[in-house]
Design a protein around this ligand. Structure first.
Ligand code: ZN
Ligand code: ZN
Length: 138
């Protein structure tokens, strides 16, 4: 397989990964099969990078989608603030490195302040921030 084909395959796999992450339908890889394909999240709670199992309920085709861990460089302050801002505006923030939708999880907060974890389940980057972010408090 040459580098271009490899890259094209990675793009398809990334698109399917995003569909799986957002619970959107994925097409069966068997030619002409209309599916439906069932997606299951095989990840453990602590996994930084998610793995999804795929199984076509019609023809039995099976597949697997996994992110590609890439933790450095980490998200910078500006990237974090812009993701926080998009979340506040009810838009879907995405990872600046790979375009994957970033998931916001609210964390238990011992200091009684709201705190969020931001996770990209494709590259495994993660960050935590107090909420609302400093910029939005003014
Ligand atoms: Zn099928
Ligand atoms: Zn990412």
């Amino acid at each position: 397989m040459n580098a271009e084909e490899d890259q094209a395959q990675q793009q398809v796999a990334h698109r399917e990964f995003v569909h799986a992450l957002q619970h959107e339908p994925i097409a069966c890889h068997a030619v002409g099969c209309p599916g439906p394909v069932e997606t299951s999240d095989l990840s453990q709670v602590r996994d930084r990078v998610k793995t999804f199992g795929l199984r076509c309920q019609r023809c039995g085709w099976e597949g697997r989608l996994t992110g590609r861990e890439q933790l450095s460089p980490p998200w910078g302050e500006a990237a974090l603030l812009s993701m926080a801002h998009e979340h506040l505006m009810h838009q879907q923030p995405s990872c600046p490195y790979d375009g994957t939708p970033v998931v916001f999880t609210s964390l238990p907060n011992p200091r009684r302040r709201a705190r969020y974890r931001l996770s990209c389940f494709y590259c495994g980057r993660r960050a935590e921030m107090d909420w609302p972010p400093p910029e939005a408090r003014q």
